[in-house]
Write a protein that binds this ligand. Structure first.
Ligand code: 13P
Length: 315
């Protein structure tokens, strides 16, 4: 990737002048991860947002992540470099439909993945991320009945692990459902001794062949601890930048989408964010992410509950 040093210098100067920080998700391109003040999975981004002292937070990621930051830091200016950076998973759970689902199934604790709009968070009891979903479910009493949304793959995976009474919303991530099992099996055959590591948003057949299933940060710590040398990485390929930086001697192979023998299965929303857009958004302090104050009041409750449980468990 050709990196424009001039724009990097301009971003650094503006960031200092405006007391701004750049938070980036692991799925961002390597040039963005290289200049970010903080890189993390969705749990770490929300934990960091709760404690930052910056006046402006530029969120290099997708909109639900920026909304989560705004909900936790309503007094701060939160900017996303491209407002079109949405999320297919968040879009698969509309407020009216989810409200009906909750009303049709009364008496259940509503746990939602952070990959949701602020409206859905406002309807939830506890939020979770893929790093802590199992522990959040297990923090509830054994007999508590649960609604889990919006990801059907993560939800069903957690249901299998915990054996709890969980009703799972039928949503999905368009990237994680596009990984080719054929390609994964072919790569495994071509690389004897390699390990398959998959995000829990992947479909069950992929999860079944995986040696490790976990969040982006979980995958990162797995590849550092595991003695293996070659890893077939079944999540958005932006994560490869951090893996290669942390473990330069190891080999990380991205998996193509279905119906393709090669190539990267990228999230088109994550990849809408560019250095140029980060520069412009810092300069003009827009597009700003806003969440209605009445929604913030309700949406903050499940996120704070998640952060409290995570802190208690040392996650
Ligand atoms: P992580 O919680 O692992 O960062 O995953 C976020 C995400 O959006 C996956 O699609």
């Amino acid at each position: 990737m050709v990196v424009d040093n001039n724009i990097i210098e301009k971003i650094k100067a503006l960031r200092k002048e405006k007391n701004a920080v750049i938070f980036a998700h692991y799925y961002q391109t390597s040039d963005i991860q290289a200049i970010a003040d903080f890189i993390g999975d969705s749990l770490a981004l929300s934990q960091k947002a709760a404690e930052t002292t910056a006046d402006i937070i530029v969120l290099a990621g997708v909109k639900f992540m920026a909304e989560t930051v705004k909900i936790l830091s309503p007094e701060k200016k939160v900017i996303i470099p491209d407002l079109m950076a949405g999320c297919s998973l968040a879009d698969s759970c509309k407020k009216e439909d989810f409200e009906e689902f909750i009303n049709d199934n009364p008496g259940r604790t509503v746990i939602t993945y952070v990959n949701t709009t602020a409206d859905i968070k406002a309807l939830s009891d506890i939020a979770c991320t893929s790093s802590n979903a199992k522990q959040i479910v297990e923090s509830l009493h054994q007999d508590e009945k649960i609604i889990f949304g919006p990801d059907r793959n993560l939800g069903n995976y957690i249901k299998e692990l915990t054996k709890r009474d969980i009703l799972v919303w039928d949503g999905a991530c368009h990237v994680h459902e596009q990984f080719s099992l054929d390609a994964i099996l072919r790569m495994k055959k071509e690389n004897p001794g390699s390990k398959i590591i998959a995000h829990p948003e992947c479909e069950k057949p992929v999860r079944l062949v995986a040696d490790y299933i976990g969040s982006t940060s979980g995958m990162l710590s797995f590849v550092s601890k595991d003695p293996g040398k070659v890893f077939i990485v079944v999540t958005e390929p932006g994560i490869l930048y951090e893996m290669r930086k942390a473990e330069p001697e190891k080999i990380f192979i991205p998996v193509p989408p279905k119906y393709s023998m090669c190539g990267y299965n990228e999230c088109n929303f994550m990849k809408l964010i560019t250095l140029e857009k980060i520069y412009k958004s810092l300069k003009f302090e827009e597009p700003e992410v806003t969440v209605d104050a009445s929604i913030i009041e309700w949406a903050a409750v499940p996120i704070k509950r998640m952060l409290e449980i995570s802190a208690k468990l040392g996650l």
